[in-house]
Design a protein around this ligand. Sequence first.
Ligand SMILES: Nc1ncnc2c1ncn2[C@@H]1O[C@H](COP(=O)(O)OP(=O)(O)OP(=O)(O)O)[C@@H](O)[C@H]1O
Ligand SMILES: [Mg+2]
Length: 242
Amino acid sequence: MLKVENLQVSVEGKQILNKVNLSVSANSIHVLMGQNGSGKSTLAQTIMGNPFYEPVAGKIEFEGVDILGLKPDERSKKGIFLSFQYPSEVAGVGIQSFLRILYNNSHEEKLTPVRFRELLFAKSDMLGINREILERSLNDGFSGGEKKKMEILQMSILEPKLAILDEVDSGLDIDSLKIVANAVDRLRKKNNMAVLIITHYARILKYLEPDFVHVMKDGRIAKSGNRRLAYELEERGYEFDA
Ligand SMILES: Nc1ncnc2c1ncn2[C@@H]1O[C@H](COP(=O)(O)OP(=O)(O)OP(=O)(O)O)[C@@H](O)[C@H]1O
Ligand SMILES: [Mg+2]
């Protein structure tokens, strides 16, 4: 489904990613770990098409189609979703109208505000999101965990084919982590969604069974393995086999 080949990415002329290769198939869960600054978010942002990150060589294909020339919203329409490590606060944009536009843009069936509200409440209740915060502007004054849950709410509404979750677990309390992980897994099973989870901690793997764990180092995927690799890293750190 997603195929990254020999990807090289620069930011403001500085090379950040160097020959990254990664294949993610439908219904699979990949975990990407690695030290701070190793290039994980850069990879996620480049897959989503953030123009700040310049792909200077290599390929990104989604469902067999080269997507490097597509804008972020076009990639989103194709079914790629990224939950941000640092979601922005958008004052003046009401959550309900924002999410309804997202829904109507990504589904054949268009919903009226009233019908959409029913759907929204069903999904937000499942994520344990307080209905009161849905009356506010997007992420405006939200706590760290509330922002992360809003990202997952967006994912639940878009129902993407590929979800890239950049440190969605950082800032979530223990119960919320379980709720979020289960929501991701439910959607994976329902739609054969592919998942790429960027994380520093193995704890989310208690609820999600990864097919592969990758370690990024200095802008490259230096090692891949199964879930045991995540536990080894947690125990021994990144230097043990450096
Ligand atoms: N907008 C930017 N301007 C300048 N340098 C950047 C920018 N974005 C990323 N970089 C640099 O690219 C490198 C990789 O950053 P990236 O955010 O991809 O790391 P990361 O692996 O996600 O780290 P973390 O675990 O801390 O989130 C870092 O050295 C960072 O400073
Ligand atoms: Mg990051």
